[in-house]
Design a protein around this ligand. Structure first.
Ligand SMILES: NC(=O)c1ccc[n+]([C@@H]2O[C@H](COP(=O)([O-])OP(=O)(O)OC[C@H]3O[C@@H](n4cnc5c(N)ncnc54)[C@H](OP(=O)(O)O)[C@@H]3O)[C@@H](O)[C@H]2O)c1
Length: 340
């Protein structure tokens, strides 16, 4: 007795990973439907050993389906999530549309799995922004031990966070740099991304911050603790997969760097790789394709009484999106939609 599962956005970066991870983790699937826009009708996508043909989301009937993992962007989600939810299919959404809705739980299972039961208000559960997901996994055990007052984070975000068009732009611009007859002007990004870094993700807000930075603030408060103060600078870097974050925290109680390392080592979803030698840390290239949030460079910040700094990397398409969504589906199955 398994579940009838829909993946909407199955031709995209996140949707393809959702199918991979459902198969890798042997999620109990009785039936699976891969959906995308009409443009991709019949496109083949992999699900473990099987090949699925994508169906048109616009004409799909969600009646009788248990869960739908959505990775289609906010505009399409606005149209289709209420249709699925109304048909009795629980939507696990990757867009930002419902994240700040008080009637929709925003879940990172390692951090706030108990909040999942709030799903029944709208039949929708939200998945956080990729940069928030890995951050709160790292912050939670340190907050439980020492009470985090303030976080300063700078992100180094890969282009896959901007979808398949973002990856194509980096690839084509990189090639064009070596072939002066080609010109690949910025389209998905605001400036050249090849051999460059761009301190701007999502739209600007009135206070000079960007929406991506605001999301990290609002989502950390909703998932972990509204009393935590956070300031972020979000930067796009020419890396295909894997987001890096340089994190500084100030805690209520003193937390020794050795104890912090031990706490993080024991915490769910985290791998500590922290040798103070050449290469004794994890970079995006190594985390791509992995499930864990990797923590390195843990050290005391001696400029304040109770400060720690560390480096955190994770696969943004996995923990930052598809893996977290599948973990939500697993939690939902265990706690609410029991089968068998
Ligand atoms: N990438 C990340 O790191 C990340 C992390 C967290 C959350 N997210 C969120 O996940 C969502 C998908 O991101 P992505 O990176 O996978 O984007 P992507 O690679 O551009 O893929 C977008 C997917 O959505 C489908 N789609 C778009 N408009 C549609 C419509 N009107 N009807 C049906 N299907 C439609 C596309 O189908 P076609 O191929 O047919 O166009 C494609 O399958 C976004 O909301 C994004 O914000 C992404």
């Amino acid at each position: 007795m398994g579940y009838k599962v829909v993946v909407a956005g199955a031709t995209g970066n996140v949707g393809r990973e959702m199918l991979n991870i459902l198969a890798e983790r042997e999620f109990p699937v009785d039936e699976i439907a891969a959906l995308a826009s009409r443009r991709s009708l019949g496109t083949e996508v992999s699900f473990g050993d099987r090949t699925l043909k994508t169906q048109d989301l616009d004409t799909f009937d969600f009646t009788g389906w248990d869960m739908a993992l959505f990775a289609i962007g906010s505009d399409a989600t606005k149209k289709y999530a209420p249709i699925a939810a109304k048909a009795g299919c629980v939507v696990i959404d990757n867009s930002s549309l419902y994240r700040y809705d008080p009637d929709v739980p925003l879940i990172v299972p390692e951090v706030n799995a108990d909040a999942i039961m709030g799903y029944s208000k709208k039949n929708i559960i939200a998945n956080p922004n990729c940069s928030t997901a890995q951050l709160v996994v790292a912050l939670k055990p340190l907050h439980d031990r020492a009470g985090i007052k303030r976080v300063v984070v700078s992100t180094y975000q890969s282009v896959s966070g901007a979808g398949k068009e973002g990856m194509d732009e980096l690839w084509n611009q990189t090639k064009a740099v070596y072939n002066p007859t080609d010109d690949v002007p910025p389209k998905k990004f605001t400036k050249q991304i090849a051999f460059n870094v761009i301190p701007h993700i999502d739209v600007f807000l009135d206070d000079g911050s960007t929406k991506e930075e605001w999301k990290m603030v609002a989502e950390t408060k909703k998932i972990l603790d509204p009393s935590i103060k956070l300031t972020a600078t979000c930067v796009r870097v020419p890396v295909f997969v894997g987001h890096g974050e340089a994190v500084n925290i100030e805690t209520e109680e003193f937390l020794d760097e050795h104890e912090a390392r031990d706490i993080l080592r024991e915490s769910p979803g985290i791998m500590v790789v922290d040798k103070r030698e050449d290469g004794g840390y994890v970079t995006p290239v190594e985390c791509a394709g992995d499930f864990a949030t990797f923590i390195s460079r843990i050290r005391q910040d001696s400029t304040i009484d109770n400060g720690l700094s560390f480096w955190c990397v994770s696969d943004n398409l996995r923990k930052g999106a598809a893996l977290n969504a599948v973990q939500i589906a697993e939690t939902l199955g265990n706690r609410a939609l029991k089968k068998g």
